[in-house]
Design a binder for this molecule. Structure first.
Ligand code: ADP
Ligand code: MG
Length: 322
């Protein structure tokens, strides 16, 4: 006899460290345990392909190629294509060629945090230009002195790829959290919406509120994740404005993007953070296909109409139509 229950399956969890962050994956169903370990291997494979520190990665090969073409793997091509579309549509607010600038500030490669001089920033700006990336078949070329970095989109892509593995293994219900990049599959075990907590950017240990979502990706970007305080007392965050090569100061404390896949949501969360409130709304008008939750520096929560959000903070909420 079949038991008819709301909560039929056992939950399996895998937790690990990859891509410089803590990751957890929960899945329900018969084959979940094996499926999760395969999904974890897939994340590690992607890390080896796109890390900027692993000598065997596509990005290390490209960044050290001195302007020569390099054959890259399918994952790298896919990231370049989708993230490249967001880069273009956002007028370069998302840039895959920011590595030299991120290094100069000490945000990449384990260097010390520092504030580059105006002259140095001006030199760096000449090395940040995604239109100089050329793709021909599976060969990619970037100019000498340029550097590719998928830091803004890699975890989102990995969340999609891990989800594909789970689906191939027969899993129908899962939720992944790859360092703040949340990706859901199917419905929560027992039915109903997934509840995704959004952090309060002013107090990251506290929950801002809960988003109720279906199968999608929920990704948050904010400068509270990684920053340093300069000798001038100012806070310098790790999301850079490619136009200035300095930390983005757009009036936003955090951006949460909700989209149908993780790569897109991750690309958007970073791009919209750089664009700021007006730019983000304009981007949504022009492109659509996602929902967003913005927290302004002034302490207001702005939501697009498609989101279901339960506010758990003191901050006021306003629904904004793009
Ligand atoms: P997190 O890595 O904290 O989840 P993001 O997805 O917003 O946050 O990615 C930020 C990372 O992406 C930075 O650490 C840096 O490596 C890189 N980055 C910073 N600014 C940009 C930008 N404007 N476009 C693309 N990549 C960026
Ligand atoms: Mg991102």
């Amino acid at each position: 006899m079949l038991a008819l229950t709301g909560c039929a399956e056992e939950k399996h969890t895998q937790a690990f460290f990859a891509m410089d962050t803590y990751m957890t994956m929960d899945a329900w169903g018969e084959n979940a345990e094996t499926a999760l370990s395969r999904a974890g291997e897939r994340v590690e494979e992607i890390e080896r392909e796109i890390s900027v520190t692993d000598a065997g990665s596509d990005l290390s090969a490209l960044n050290g190629a001195g302007g020569e073409p390099v054959r890259v793997r399918a994952d790298t091509l896919e990231i370049l294509k989708t993230a490249g579309e967001v880069s273009e549509a956002s007028g370069g607010a998302l840039s895959l060629t920011l590595l030299p600038a991120a290094r100069a500030w000490g945000f990449s490669g384990g260097g010390e945090y520092r504030i580059p001089s105006p002259a140095e920033l001006s030199d760096l700006r000449a090395k940040v230009d995604d239109s100089k990336i050329t793709v021909s078949g599976d060969f990619v070329t970037i100019p000498e002195g340029f550097g590719l970095d998928f830091g803004a989109v890699g975890k989102g892509f990995a969340s999609d790829a891990a989800l594909e593995v789970l689906k191939d293994e027969g899993v129908q219900s899962a939720v992944l959290n790859l360092g703040g990049n949340v990706r859901t599959l199917g419905q929560k075990d027992g039915g109903g919406a997934w509840e995704v907590a959004v952090k309060n950017p002013f107090e990251p240990s506290r929950t801002l509120g809960i988003l109720s979502v279906g199968e999608c990706a929920v990704v948050t970007s904010g400068n509270y994740e990684r920053y340093f305080e300069g000798e001038d007392g100012q806070i310098y965050g790790h999301i850079l404005d490619p136009k200035t090569c300095a930390p983005a100061r757009s009036g936003l404390a955090s951006v949460t993007a909700v989209a149908e896949n993780g790569l897109l949501a991750d690309a958007l969360s970073t791009a919209l953070f750089v664009l700021g409130e007006d730019g983000a709304l304009e981007y949504a008008r022009q492109n659509g296909g996602f929902e967003m939750l913005l927290v302004t520096d002034a302490g207001e929560i702005l939501l697009t109409p498609g989101l279901v959000f339960e506010n758990r903070s003191e901050l006021p909420v306003k629904v904004v139509k793009p």
